[in-house]
Design a protein around this ligand. Structure first.
Ligand code: COA
Length: 416
């Protein structure tokens, strides 16, 4: 079955996580992604956090599946010539070098546009062009702090907290993938390429949209009724950290289940959705709360929301997180067990859907990775192992017209 992005050739000049997550996604959907790496070294994640000596680390393998690897020293004249040839016949170049690195290499947007006016050049940087921090190099947690996520995550009596979810890295990569696909659609109409840029700060801010909503509400009314600080605590003039509060219009909290004393993840997330109040009362064996004016509106419940959560925890005390969810789901209550990565790795439904997949790798043998979170009716997304460093150098150089002797020469001179 042909894949939608088949025929799209991508020069993947990315490293670490933000860029590789983007190009991996495009490779899953059929693009020919050529990962260009420095000879002898490659993407730094090949060596970072290794669990098997001399084998590519999971950090690399889980972000670079379905790609081909070309080693190329693009600071040498011969390497630049190869890159020029590749640019002439590719559709997209994706990079997430530090600020200015591509220009210093001699491949400014103007130069690439001159070589191939249809080329889309897609970049991830820490901050956007012209930003007062535009010269900064940035990693995940730096972006989470600069994007407003850290100041609004965690508990009010603790420090700003970063999330385990890669809001700065993979999230930025996903935004960039949307930008690339949009530019490809644009090019189909105009024939012209363009520059697509996403900054990690901006991508985090986009996900913190509701916190900017809250800042403006706070400025106007001085409190935020869905935060634990309301109505008994204090608000300053900035959006506070709300612990595990729902964040939207539905109050929610992480609640203890049977075994929490010894199992740090024996919890569920419980949401009190307004129109589910009656089913919640039925599930908890508290039918008298359904019509009680002290409980029957969201507003009436606000000042005793933590007493209600305490009552629910009492109800949960003899139920495991799975038993609790199995009861609550029958009442249409939005809830879920707090799952560990071990539970996710072993989850039969996630294996069946292809969200968690086992992949074969030449050095490692089998390893688990996260498959496509997007499911299509007309395409099965197959995940293949990541390439070894330079695994496809010779075949790619041959396809660009280089002879065996020229390729051997490039190896000898460490250009590839
Ligand atoms: N051949 C020759 N040189 C190469 C090369 C190749 N194939 N690939 C990369 N290089 C060079 C670059 O030209 C650059 O050289 P220069 O600084 O002398 O111009 C250098 O290698 C790479 O620099 P840089 O990207 O700044 O690497 P770093 O390890 O110092 O910084 C980051 C890493 C991630 C902090 C930085 O790349 C960055 O801020 N990127 C943008 C934001 C981002 O994506 N952050 C990471 C999210 S996971």
């Amino acid at each position: 079955m042909s894949k939608p992005l088949e025929g799209i050739k991508i020069i993947d000049f990315t490293h670490v996580q933000a860029g590789p997550a983007c190009t991996q996604l495009l490779a899953w959907y059929g693009a020919d992604v050529i990962k260009v790496e420095r000879p002898g070294a490659g993407d730094v994640t090949r060596n970072q956090l290794r669990d098997i000596p001399d084998a590519d680390a999971l950090y690399f393998t889980m972000l670079n599946s379905n790609k081909r690897s070309l080693t190329l020293d693009t600071k040498t004249q011969a390497g630049k010539e190869v890159l020029e040839k590749l640019i002439r016949e590719s559709d997209v170049l994706v990079e997430n070098f530090g600020p200015g690195a591509l220009d210093r290499m001699g491949f400014s947007w103007a130069r690439i546009n001159e070589l191939n006016p249809g080329m889309i050049v897609a970049s991830v940087k820490g901050f956007s062009d012209g930003h007062h921090y535009e010269d900064l190099k940035v990693y995940e947690n730096v972006a989470q702090c600069a994007g407003g996520a850290a100041s609004t995550t965690g508990f009010w009596d603790g420090p700003p907290t970063v999330s385990a979810a890669a809001l700065g890295d993979s999230n930025t990569g996903m935004h960039l993938a949307i930008g690339i696909l949009t530019a490809l659609m644009g090019r189909a109409k105009t024939g012209k390429g363009q520059k697509v840029a996403v900054s990690m700060q901006d991508a985090v801010i986009n996900l913190c949209r509701v916190k900017l909503r809250d800042q403006q509400r706070l400025d106007r009314v001085g409190y935020l009724e869905e935060y634990p600080q309301y109505p008994h605590g204090e608000f300053s003039d900035v959006v506070p950290r709300g612990g595990n509060a729902g964040g939207g219009g539905q109050p929610g909290w992480v609640l203890k289940c049977k075994g929490w004393e010894t199992d740090p993840n024996a919890y569920i997330y419980f949401t009190i959705q307004g129109h589910a109040w009656a089913p919640i009362c039925k599930a908890l064996g508290k039918p008298e709360w359904i019509e009680d004016p002290a409980y029957n509106t969201a507003q009436a419940r606000q000042d005793k929301i933590f007493d209600i959560f305490a009552f629910i925890e009492n109800w949960l005390a003899d139920k495991t997180k799975y038993e609790a969810v199995d009861i609550l789901r029958k009442f249409d209550i939005p809830c879920a067990p707090v799952l560990t990565m071990k539970e996710i790795a072993e989850d039969a439904s996630l294996r069946k859907s292809g969200t968690i997949v086992e992949v074969e790798h030449k050095q490692r043998g089998k390893y688990l990775t996260v498959g496509s979170p997007v499911k299509f009716s007309d395409m099965t997304v197959e995940i293949t192992g990541s390439p070894l460093l330079g695994e496809h150098s010779d075949e790619i150089l041959a396809s660009l017209g280089y002879t065996k002797e020229q390729i051997a020469d490039m190896h000898a001179n460490k250009v590839v």
